[in-house]
Design a protein. Structure first.
Length: 267
């Protein structure tokens, strides 16, 4: 017969070998954070920001990132990846013609759900939450591109987000309109992760970053300079972080990608 200390050690060992669930530790199911990128005004570089952010995050998370074009009335995320005419789109899934999982395409390790540029029908209120819920267990991060403005289509996309990033430019009319996006997020209690100030030229007529932060009252998480390489990259259908990774805008987009992935890991 074993001694009492030996019996105690055996009991302790058996206790340690029990499955975690039996020891009262909850094993959480993998569930993606959904982060949306929004802007009240068109032309600020919202979709450019999302495309580059998504590609950077995918390189870090290795296939665990999905970018979705939820600009249903005028989708153009595919253009940033050289995809002019996707064979299957989010519109097909919303119409019930195909499961949403079948609309996913791969771009160098980044998963994409794109929209149909040819879609010309009126956009009605849709259940994006119900559509995307099955995908949350498959990814670490889901990024949502939206239409500009604060209409019903935008609010529908905003409501499915766990948090949002707001993109603006350092000009008075743009910053003024950006306040509307902040108010919409506050109205629907959607957390704001921060602001990206894009297309910064440091011209005398621009607001300083300090003034933008003061006007919006929220942290600035990236300051992206005006960069001709971004326009070249868009024309080539390649995000600038891949097209010209050492360009000033690409460097800042990569910093943004690192910031977001660290935030997701902490969450």
């Amino acid at each position: 017969m074993g001694s009492e200390p030996e019996k105690d050690r055996s009991k302790k060992l058996l206790s340690l070998l029990k499955p975690a669930k039996e020891r009262g530790i909850e094993i959480k199911e993998k569930r993606a954070i959904i982060t949306g990128v929004f802007s009240c005004k068109g032309g600020v570089g919202k979709t450019t920001t999302l495309a580059n952010l998504a590609l950077c995050a995918a390189q870090i998370f290795k296939g665990n990132v999905l970018a979705i074009d939820a600009n249903l009335s005028a989708p153009n995320l595919g253009l940033h990846f050289g995809e002019l005419d996707p064979k299957v789109t989010i519109h097909d899934a919303l119409a019930g013609q195909i499961p949403v999982e079948k609309t996913i395409m791969d771009y160098h390790g980044l998963d994409l759900i794109l929209g149909s540029i040819a879609f010309g029908e009126e956009v009605h209120l849709v259940d994006l939450k119900g559509l995307l819920e099955p995908l949350r267990s498959k990814y670490r991060l889901i990024l949502i591109d939206s239409a500009p403005g604060i209409g019903a289509e935008v609010i529908s996309a905003m409501k499915i987000c766990d948090e949002i990033i707001i993109v603006t430019n350092p000009e008075i009319p743009t910053v003024a309109s950006t306040l509307k996006t902040f108010r919409a997020a506050e109205r629907y209690k959607i957390p704001i992760l921060g602001v990206v100030v894009n297309k910064v030229r440091n011209e005398p007529f621009e607001l300083t970053i300090k003034d933008v932060k003061k006007a919006l009252g929220w942290p600035i998480i990236a300051v992206v300079p005006e960069d001709i390489k971004v326009r070249e990259a868009t024309a080539a259908g390649i995000p600038v972080v891949s097209y010209h990774p050492k360009s000033p805008a690409a460097v800042e987009f990569k910093r943004l990608g690192e910031f977001i992935t660290k935030h997701v890991l902490k969450s």
